[in-house]
Write a protein that binds this ligand. Structure first.
Ligand code: ADP
Ligand code: ASP
Ligand code: MG
Length: 411
């Protein structure tokens, strides 16, 4: 029988009523003749609560135990969803990651999926199971420990299952009815897109649009998974939501497809570092060993053999970075003068494949921000995106004025 993957995010399974509503939708697809793999997130707020408990118990925690704890929210929803389906006379059972097994690397809290053997689920489908309810976000390391796939990881679980089982489609049910030109919670003028190209979605996701986890878009692109984002709160037709697809499938598109933001950014500057070969390698090697994800990097022109090095990182990694660099301060001639930390910045980005062939987007973006009196602290660009780091208090203003200036409310 054809397979369909349906993923329900945290708000879509936030209580028993919502689980029932989601289960009904699954029942509709089962009645159409699909074998369904349902991927569930933890009930909304649960994962944050578990992360809070870990932080309170052990600030510099053992990542293996972090994973054992924060993965547990999904176990509850998987069981509840399976029970709800059984109550509707749909043959269903729950699967935790290790039971499938969903095999991952051992990079705890950021593990990558290596393989999903299909035998166990297929054997049960062969015996009459119609729905496999799989706990999202979790897997099993080669060492036999529980791993998690990074925040938002259930999206990636869903796409990986769709690829492994050659599903007809991977439907991501969430609390908005598709992918918008920007976060509809920030801009009331945000417009829902019927289609968005993989490359654009990949950039938007990696620049902060949390509607899909970046890795899920990467996998969908690589394995040609038909990926759709839609609302779990409204009745849906087969054409509802947003289809993430190849750019060839989109006839007309704006130069800029969307505006993304990332609120929780910080900026660190190492003042007066010795400017000699190998310095960047020492600094960023040390940060990488400490598990810090550095994003934007700027090095100033050097004066008298010394320079300043600035980079951005997520705010929750500042402590870790500070600690790692403290160990380097007097080491290997790095002896920088001071470490300046700014934890009140945000990143705002415009994304669009149209930028490949149209110049002037950066100039327009900078003009818009300057007209609003927003100072730009760091800039980075790639072929299809421009990102700026600005004071966090201007983030909403920047998103809205860029959305207006690039006329994203118009198709
Ligand atoms: P789920 O719990 O279903 O995984 P998430 O909270 O992870 O849902 O993602 C959905 C949220 O993503 C929306 O509520 C919305 O605020 C946010 N979002 C950010 N950017 C966008 C965008 N461009 N289009 C749609 N939603 C977006
Ligand atoms: N529950 C996990 C999180 O909140 C995974 C997910 O929902 O996708 O990040
Ligand atoms: Mg999510």
């Amino acid at each position: 029988m054809p397979v369909l993957v349906m993923k329900f995010g945290g708000t879509s399974v936030a209580n028993l009523d919502r689980i029932r509503r989601a289960a009904k939708r699954v029942g509709v697809e089962v009645a159409k003749g699909y074998d369904v793999i349902v991927i569930v997130s933890a009930m909304s707020g649960e994962t944050n609560k578990l992360v809070g408990l870990v932080d309170e118990t052990s600030p510099l925690y053992d990542a293996r135990e972090y994973d054992a704890i924060v993965s547990s929210g999904e176990n509850v929803t998987a069981g509840l969803m399976a029970l709800t389906l059984q109550e509707m006379d749909v043959p269903a059972r729950s699967w935790q990651g290790w039971q499938v097994p969903l095999l991952t690397t051992s990079a705890h809290s950021q593990a990558r999926i290596e393989e999903i053997p299909t035998d166990n689920l297929n054997a049960k489908f062969g015996e009459g199971m119609r729905v496999a309810v799989v706990a999202g976000f979790q897997g099993l390391s080669p060492e036999g420990r529980i791993t998690t796939l990074g925040r938002g990881g259930s999206d990636t679980t869903a796409v990986a299952f769709a690829a492994a089982f050659e599903a007809e489609r991977c439907d991501i049910y969430t609390d908005v009815d598709g992918v918008y030109t920007t976060d509809p919670r920030i801009s009331p003028k945000a417009r829902k897109l019927d289609k968005i190209a993989f490359e654009e979605m990949l950039e938007l996701a990696s620049l902060g649009a949390k509607v899909l986890q970046t890795r899920s878009v990467e996998l969908a692109m690589r394995f040609k998974v038909k990926l759709r984002v839609l609302s779990s709160f409204e009745e849906q037709s087969d054409e509802a939501g947003t289809l993430v697809c190849d750019e060839e499938e989109i006839m007309e598109s704006n130069v800029v497809a969307g505006v993304a933001y990332s609120r929780d950014e910080a900026k660190m500057t190492l003042l007066s570092v010795a400017d000699r070969p190998g310095i960047a390698s020492i600094i960023f090697g040390c940060l990488s060993d400490a598990g810090v994800n550095v994003d934007m990097i700027v090095q100033n022109i050097s004066e008298d053999g010394r320079t300043d090095m600035t980079y951005s990182l997520p705010t929750d990694q500042v402590k870790r970075a500070e600690q790692a660099l403290a160990g380097l301060k007097d080491d290997g001639g790095l002896n920088f003068a001071e470490l300046v930390i700014d934890e009140d910045v945000a990143k705002v980005s415009v994304v669009g494949i149209g930028m490949r062939s149209q110049s002037g987007v950066a100039a327009k973006m900078f003009k818009v921000l300057s007209d609003e009196g927003v100072n730009i602290k760091v800039i980075t660009t790639s072929e299809i995106k421009i990102s700026v780091l600005i004071d966090r208090k201007y983030m909403e203003l920047a998103v809205q004025s860029l959305h207006d200036a690039f006329e994203l409310e118009k198709a």
